[in-house]
Design a protein around this ligand. Sequence first.
Ligand SMILES: [Fe+2]
Length: 362
Amino acid sequence: MEQPKISTTPIAEEGSSYQRWVKSEGIPLIGGFFIEDIQKVELAPWESKGGLGARICLDGTGETNDAYICEIPAGKSLKPQKHFFEELVYIISGKGATTIWNPGGPKRTFEWQEGSLFSPPLNSCYQHFNGSGNEPARYIAVTSAPCMVNLIHSLDFIFNCDYVFKDRFNSEDDYFSKPGTWYSGRTWQTNFVSDVRNLQLLEWKERGGGASQVRFELSENTLCGHVSQFGVGAYKKAHFHGPGAHVIILSGQGYSLLWPPGQPIQRYDWKPGSLVVPPANWFHQHFNAGAEPARYLALRWGSQKYHEMWGEGKGKTDIDVKLGGNQIEYEDEDPKVKQMFEEACAKAGVKSTMDRYYKKSQ
Ligand SMILES: [Fe+2]
């Protein structure tokens, strides 16, 4: 019987399949915990997209999902795309249109603007067009590319698979214009949100701090999103959940605290355009230390319809840790949390409004 060969080269190439793929695309891969301003991230020519781009895989994703920023030059369109991973698109600036189709099927086109949110359905064909001849259009997308590329590790399959997911998108002519459905838990199933910055939100008193929220279920995805807002001079309760929640600040000034249980706290000061991804099972807490309500968009795992991908803690993130949940009530906080917030408010010339929430919480 023939003996196995002896190899002197390592069994694996350097980096994950996902990291090697991003490298082969010739664009930067940005890591870390935080990006101060997604509007200002430096982009490189991105041949396979036909625009400019950078990929972002922050530590808090655990390389389960990622984000990328892409710019469509003025008067141009990107190349047609198709891929076997999910993708949620948020328009940072500019206006334009997207055409989506299944191979051989009719083309469906809709227009978008700054603040729009949508998702090309899994493995559908799509193309983005800049609607301005003078200004570039920039978007950020959160995708499931890391887990899909790492699991399948065949780029040919990821980008050239012919399967049509008719259960997600069957060429419906009103796919991106129908009103959708509201479910309990502040959840809107829709395939297009015109402007998340101005959407009316629903009260979420369990999270404290005058919180309100709307959750989105888009294009039958496992990825999902939500918009949250909290009041002037207020902060929300600390909580933890699974990896990959990309928190994009839409309005307001403040900061977030991140810490693994029992470990030192890290602070990240934010403004509109900042991006932070709290790592899996790290406590995190968002603070509005500015004079306006603070609003953010979170693009993440944890769809209510197709849930529990990465221990997202379905239904537990706003329940007291003392009752088996994932949230620290105000009265159980480290007193330094409140002290730091009052100092931040004083520095910004804002009065803390937290007394009313502490009382409600007790
Ligand atoms: Fe969170």
